[in-house]
Design a binder for this molecule. Sequence first.
Ligand code: ADP
Ligand code: MG
Ligand code: MG
Length: 207
Amino acid sequence: MDATEKTLEAVRAMAAAMEERRVELTQLDAAIGDGDHGTNMHRGFRAALERLQASPPGTPSEVLKAVSMALVSRVGGAAGPLYGTAFLRASSALSGREEPSAADVAAALEAALAGVKQRGRAEVGDKTMVDALEPAVRAARQAEGKGVAAMLRAAAEAAGEGAEATVPLTARKGRASYLGARAAGHKDPGAASTAYLLAAAARAVEG
Ligand code: ADP
Ligand code: MG
Ligand code: MG
């Protein structure tokens, strides 16, 4: 399987994860937001698969670009533009890389994080997807020498821990910030979806 097909497999796995986790993510968002995160993400990834089917991509970068466009136009809310930016930055970082190395993939994750932080102005501890993505990037950089699959696995595990760590926090960004102390005791839905997306990508690449 070439890198474009592997990237497509990763996106298919992410779409399947968003379908599987739709209710759970929506319940997390119902507790501290407006109860739409799971349906938003599911809709967006379904649109991504449709877009990829309609015009088959030729490179990993093109796969991620198509996902970005679908997420921006179909997810909506806060997460749509943020995930759209993440995938667009990752796409740009992989531009010209037909067979990305682990270091290239780590750089793409880092670019995604930078885009999310620039766009959403959130830092670790604000109870957002950054709480999952930033530790994932750190873990990816540390595991770069182990190859793409092991690196994504390490990133996904760190993202899962980061998402768990949002439970006691009060939110400083997004809708949950309107709740003040009442947001404490609930996991951030965007951090949870980030961890599920990375876990799905890792599983797909592990094969
Ligand atoms: P909305 O809140 O508009 O309904 P979603 O429910 O789809 O959008 O997504 C909510 C998630 O978006 C939050 O759980 C959080 O992780 C993420 N989020 C919200 N605002 C920001 C921000 N400024 N920076 C990073 N992530 C954010
Ligand atoms: Mg919501
Ligand atoms: Mg909403």
